[in-house]
Design a protein around this ligand. Structure first.
Ligand SMILES: Nc1ncnc2c1ncn2[C@@H]1O[C@H](COP(=O)(O)OP(=O)(O)OP(=O)(O)O)[C@@H](O)[C@H]1O
Ligand SMILES: [Mg+2]
Length: 504
């Protein structure tokens, strides 16, 4: 038997109004990947925050390499060889990549910051990880997927032997995921132990040796696997244990009569790389925007919503030209957007849950210009119920919600309004299987109401599963407009890689 690195026994933790963990046990051996699974709010991050010194447990014991320990802080965890890659990125956006990697552990030469060494060391780590990034780049200026890779580089640079990855892949490109798996295998072969949290269950079979499933803070089951095929074969069962019921239809769809063109974009160009994009959305249809990471899909959505400037192009709602220079203009025209980077663009995380929902809807919860507090609570409670947002109360601060439940709050705030078009950018990122299905149902509901729905997704099964039509983008252009019922993954990929010389 390999060495036991971690043994958690009987871990219990409560927050005001929530029993986040009850009597949870989990161990980790050298050279294995132990996947920790469960729905949004199941307690995965909380358990890992306890192991990494961010939270303190209420009860239970923690053993690291056989020794019973107290882990009073992240620093103390690091001293024990434990490092965590957090689910929500924790980088300082105004600092460079190198400064972020060595934050708090800066190299000094006779007391003076050794920037050169920091740069060189960062370059080496990034190189090992196959990340093409200049260490002097300011973190705030790079894509979320790159930021995630910086977070990973940072964790690996600590040289810990217990590595916790809390949804490391939710924002990564296919290639980056491959690189990460390669690194994980390397770490395994070096005898490190990895606890791995992910909602992308398809990827488990590539790396996991064991899984532990939590539900509502309770232990449900643990299993060990000896081959990828064995995991693949057990996936349905794993999902059923996660959500506590059988899931029949992972991609529900509703038919709705196809209506008039509700939205039209014509010849949209932006400084961010969108090139002459034109398309139409009809009432009662769901259109997926497929493409590789970097295809400028997010840039297109941002331009339509007025978050970025358009250098050319016309937008029409129901045939009538509209002017959208700011998100406010889009909202006034019934165009809503659920952004990709929810922490930055979609939420006020230090505010209460219900405030986040009512903030863009104050007109709905005011009477003669005066805010009606009861109305605010009523509106938000309805939507919290519809989306099954897991929270002890409406006044919970958003930062205390689990990652997936935060994503639902971003959705929630738009659902109170009469929309013409709803644009979703990677709406199910970080969301558990059960909640994903709820979001698909929600899109179907919008479709039935005659709202034009468009969603950006990087997961092909999701692209094909929910949409009626698929627009494929590559390098800022639309390269195909496909009927979902008549296309395949291969065809989509073909168009997603149709690069051509820049002949604007
Ligand atoms: N600091 C906190 N204050 C109050 N409640 C919290 C806090 N942190 C977590 N919780 C609650 O504890 C429960 C477990 O949350 P946790 O973040 O561990 O879930 P998770 O399994 O990681 O979910 P996800 O997949 O959405 O990330 C949730 O109900 C959450 O709202
Ligand atoms: Mg979590």
């Amino acid at each position: 038997m390999a060495d036991q690195l971690v043994e958690l026994t009987g871990i219990t933790k409560s927050f005001p109004g929530v029993k986040a963990l009850e009597n949870i046990s989990l161990d980790l051996y050298a050279g294995e990947v132990h996947a920790l699974l469960g729905e949004n709010g199941a307690g995965k991050s909380t358990l890992m925050k306890i192991l990494s010194g961010v939270y303190q447990r209420d009860a239970g014991t923690i053993r690291v390499k056989g020794q019973e320990v107290e882990i009073a802080s992240p620093k103390a965890a690091e001293a024990l060889g434990i490092v965590i890659i957090h689910q929500e990125l924790n980088l300082c956006k105004h600092l460079t990549v190198a400064e972020n990697i060595f934050l708090g552990r800066e190299f000094r030469n006779r007391g003076i910051l050794d920037k050169k060494r920091q740069y060189e060391e960062s370059r080496k780590i990034l190189g090992d990880l196959n990340i093409d990034l200049d260490p002097n780049t300011i973190v705030g200026s790079i894509a979320v997927s790159k930021q995630q890779m910086v977070e990973i580089a940072k964790a690996i640079s600590v040289n810990a032997d217990i590595i916790i990855m809390d949804e490391p892949t939710s924002a990564l490109t296919e290639k980056e995921i491959k690189d990460l798996f390669h690194i994980i295998r390397l770490l395994k072969s070096q005898g490190k132990g990895i606890i791995y949290i992910s909602h992308r269950l398809e990827e488990l079979s590539n790396i996991a040796d064991r899984v532990t499933i939590l539900r509502d803070g309770q232990f449900v089951d643990a299993m060990r696997f000896s081959s990828p095929e064995e995991i693949q074969g057990n996936l349905e069962g794993i999902i059923a244990k996660m959500v506590g019921r059988d899931i029949k239809d992972k991609y529900p769809r509703t038919d709705a009569p196809l209506g008039d063109v509700v939205f039209e974009a014509k010849d949209i160009c932006t400084l961010t790389g969108v090139k002459h994009v034109s398309f139409q959305l009809r009432r009662g249809e769901i259109v997926a925007m497929a493409g590789l990471m970097g295809a400028k899909r997010t840039e297109l959505v941002r331009a339509i919503f007025g978050a970025d400037r358009k250098t050319s192009g016309v937008l029409r709602i129901a045939g009538k030209e509209i002017v959208v220079n700011m998100p406010r203009d889009a909202i006034a025209n019934g165009i809503f957007s659920v952004p990709e980077d929810r922490r930055r663009d979609g939420l006020c995380i230090k505010m209460e849950l219900y405030k986040n929902i009512t903030l863009p809807n104050l007109d709905l919860s005011s009477k003669r210009g005066v805010l009606d507090h009861r109305q605010e609570l009523e509106l938000s409670s309805r939507i919290v119920e519809t989306l099954r947002i897991k929270t002890p109360s409406l006044t919970q601060l958003v930062k205390n919600l689990s990652g997936g439940n935060q994503q639902k709050v971003v959705l929630a705030k738009w659902l109170l309004r009469q929309a013409n078009v709803v644009l979703f950018d990677e709406p199910t990122r970080g969301i558990d299987v059960g909640a994903k299905i709820e979001i698909y149902h929600l899109m179907n509901d919008l479709k039935k109401q005659g709202i034009g729905v468009m969603y950006v997704s990087s997961e092909l099964p999701e692209v094909l599963g929910v949409s009626d039509r698929i627009l494929v983008m590559c390098d800022g252009r639309i390269t195909a407009d496909l009927k979902t019922s008549e296309t395949t993954q291969e065809e989509i990929l073909h168009y997603a890689t149709q690069f051509k010389g820049d002949i604007a």
